[in-house]
Write a protein that binds this ligand. Structure first.
Ligand code: DSN
Length: 426
């Protein structure tokens, strides 16, 4: 018999005892999330039920393959988990086929390119400089290296996508695939109009709805279905689920897309995350979630109006969705300085390039703000008005210690009134 007492085995001990360092850091991050006003447009607070699914024993299981076609034994339970996730994803969005294995939104995009394109093929997407995404053809990204991307952007005057420009670019470059989707575009995407462009030039159409998936599920943004041949998303932004990706396609492309995800691009799926996705899809089909999506948009409009009333300029003059972009072009303020000032007063946001920005991405002339996380937390229009006032003051008052501390106290008062993750063990 071993002389190591069974009770001393780390396998059964809680994190707090096994690794006090990591335990303390998780507690510290929990406290940061509880105290601050979170306005990063791509972040959210996932429900405890999703955290539980992700922290479960499903993390132990290898399951390369798909339900009922795996390369490992013991997958009978995992098969059910993944099947539930797939069925819920399809039902939520009205899709013919869903692959819930992509580890991220970028991986989901990679899988669609891998399926729909040959290396070097021409693709048309929104430029990152106007709100697109790295995986929509940035030269240093796999997408820009593997395929030939051309870009459309927004009008300099209006900050809006101009479908005539999209048409013109499509006619000029004859892409095999057109990508519609953005990570910093505050307005509604017209998927039907993109379909017409794609049909005119004989291209396939892919929507990347990572940012707006929750709004689509909640019925407050038009759906990319059935207009798009391919749809990708993350599950952790407006959907408020676990960090991960999903891709959708028509039934006729299902086998090809599945082959692209596995074995094309990934090995073993993260079944604990897939379980979290299943929980997220269930919750996103509830009336409570839909009401939150409506409030997310209303909160963004209130935030936009109050910021403009306070003298700040917004790209496109407002918002239709969950995010807005403050534009400091032509002023002394930069995105980086604004992010630092807001950090100092307990508000978390990110600097962001604005269309036609003359400053580099490390500085920027813009600040991206989003309402999903604080709406999940319970903020309504009244709280968003106070948030806007704090932002305007933080960016315009003399940044003395006294002024900034006064604003910090006001933002702490707001978060204290809306407890987050009460009673969470770690
Ligand atoms: N990094 C994400 C965002 O903040 O929008 C996009 O992947």
């Amino acid at each position: 018999m071993s002389d190591v007492p069974r009770a001393a085995s780390y396998a059964d001990l809680p994190l707090e005892q096994v690794d006090p360092t990591i335990y303390r850091l998780i507690r510290k991050e929990l406290s940061r999330q509880q105290q601050n006003i979170e306005l990063i447009a791509s972040e959210n607070f996932t429900p405890v039920a999703v955290l539980q699914a992700m922290g479960s024993v499903l993390t132990n299981k290898y399951a390369e393959g798909y339900p009922r076609a795996r390369y490992y034994g013991g997958c009978e339970v995992i098969d059910e988990v993944e099947q539930v996730a797939m069925e819920r994803a399809k039902a939520l969005f009205g899709a013919e086929h869903a692959n819930v294995q992509p580890h991220s939104g970028t991986a989901a995009n990679h899988a669609v390119y891998w399926t729909a394109l040959q290396p070097g093929d021409r693709v048309l997407s929104m430029t990152l400089a106007h709100g697109g995404h790295l995986s929509h053809g940035l030269p240093v990204n796999f997408s820009g290296r593997g395929y030939t991307f051309f870009h459309y952007g927004v009008d300099r005057e209006t900050g809006l996508l101009n479908m005539d420009e999209v048409f013109a670019q499509a006619r000029k470059h004859r892409p095999r695939l057109i990508v519609v989707g953005a990570s910093a575009y505050p307005r509604t995407l017209d998927f039907a109009a993109f379909r017409r462009v794609a049909d005119e030039v004989g291209a396939q159409l892919m929507a990347d709805i990572a940012h707006i998936a929750g709004l689509v599920a909640g019925g407050v943004h038009p759906s990319p279905f059935p207009h798009c041949d391919w749809v990708t998303t993350t599950t952790h932004k407006t959907l408020a689920g676990p960090r991960g990706g999903v891709c959708f396609c028509r039934a006729s492309s299902a086998a090809e897309l599945d082959k692209a995800v596995f074995p094309g691009l990934q090995g073993g799926p993260l079944e604990h995350v897939i379980a979290g996705k299943a929980v997220c899809f269930l919750l996103a089909s509830t009336e409570e979630f839909k009401a939150k999506q409506r409030l997310t948009v209303e909160n963004a409009k209130v935030l936009a109006e109050e910021l403009m009333a306070g003298g700040l300029k917004l790209v496109s003059g407002g918002t239709d969705n969950h995010l807005l972009l403050v534009d400091f072009s032509g002023t002394e303020m930069t995105g980086r300085r604004a992010q630092e000032l807001l950090d100092r007063v307990g508000i978390t946001a990110n600097k962001n390039v604005v269309p036609y920005d003359e400053r580099p991405p490390t500085i920027t002339s813009g600040l991206r703000l989003g309402t999903p996380a604080m709406t999940t937390r319970g903020f309504g229009p009244e709280e968003m008005r106070e948030v806007a006032r704090i932002i305007v003051e933080a960016l315009t008052v003399e940044p003395s210690e006294a002024n900034l501390n006064r604003l910090l106290a006001r933002s702490r008062a707001l978060t204290a009134a809306f407890p987050l993750y009460r009673g969470l063990g770690v």
